[in-house]
Design a protein around this ligand. Sequence first.
Ligand code: TRP
Length: 449
Amino acid sequence: MATAGGGSRETFSSKLGFTLAAVGSAVGLGNMWRFSYMAAENGGAAFVMLYILMTALVGLPVMLAEMTIGRGARNSPIKALAHFGGTAWQPLGLLFVAAGVIILSYYAVIAGWTARYAVEGVVFGFLDPSKSADYFTQIASGPQAAMWHVAVMIVASSIVVGGIRGGIERVSLILMPVLALLIVGLAIYASTLSGAGEGYTYYFSTDFKSILKAEVLQDAAGQAFFSLSLGMGAILTYSSYLSRDHHLPNESLMIAVSDFGVAFMAGMVIFPILFAFGLQNQVSGSTLGTLFITLPSAFAHMGGAGRIIGSLFFIALLVGAITSMISLLEVVVSSVIDTLKWPRKRAVVVAAVCITLFGLPAAFDINILGLMDQIGGNVMLVFGGLMLSLFVGWAMPDAIDEVSAGTSGIKWFFLWRGLLRFVVPAVLLFVMYFLIVGTVNMIGNMFGS
Ligand code: TRP
């Protein structure tokens, strides 16, 4: 079968390599920083059910759509969309690259804080609890934040320079099992703390009324897209390095289940620890606050054990962040390689320098970081998902043939296409409306009065 990318495109060397790289992209700050917080704030187990429903109904179909486009075209987003849909669809690919730049720019700032906490935890332990909040304010924005932002960008770039097999796949094969072990180990430790029971009760307390609000649906959808790395071509790009014998539905299911597993386990680590040290009242406020203020003060309370547990926690978080960063960077890098025909090394250096500079404002002002998250991490992803579902549902001529390569039966793929044609666009249009209203308000609050 002729492919747009030609025969020379690199491939993942093993099935596991692709799966772990894609899981690495999905599992990141989003799982540990946003998921458990949202669940706790939005009705506990009721939110978790809504999240699972959103993932099944919207997330999985869109993920499969990205995989189908990427593997079919064997090319990065801009050219892959043109391959199946003509040049009219190229701007969407360009938008994906832009989303990659925006998300990675601020994501790297948060990854930078994480790296700092991990390193300091190992070297000095965690600070006097009463100083936690001041400390975070002090290090979150400014020259030091910028320095750590640059440092993690250098780490991510040095992995992506190695290409798929020698860089991304190799690192994912080592780091993802490490992350899984760390998270499970931490959850087991947390379960032994007195007060763990109350933490679980808080995490799972179910309030069905609170999920009947439109904002909660929007949160669940936005979270599903961000956490699964959907809506900006990251999964598409990784899939462009796949051969046609992969069973795409199985791959997508494996990724979604692993991603949910880690998010769920992160809550099993965080809530028992917070309750064990009586810090539950400090949970609200901001998602970042819980991760970078409340938890570190819990680790400080724990004394010697806290230094080990806390360091391991931030190392796990850092591992998740780095494997996500490389997927975001690869979208930009592979697009530059494929469209401008640059060698990989030059593409990585130029892309990384631009993204690092673009992220500096977020490193100096946390409000800018929040705005970039809202626009790049919410609005652009939901819009991208909407366009992807319309593309594969209506515009792409042979979507069913493409998705079913590597599988034996094709019966239920019609159901998939039906979801992409009607259900996914309807849900995402609804969500889009609330997101735009929310974003306009946010910008109004920042610059108005
Ligand atoms: N999924 C990652 C997380 O949960 C973040 C991420 C990586 C991402 N690649 C992405 C988000 C692509 C959106 C699109 O932290």
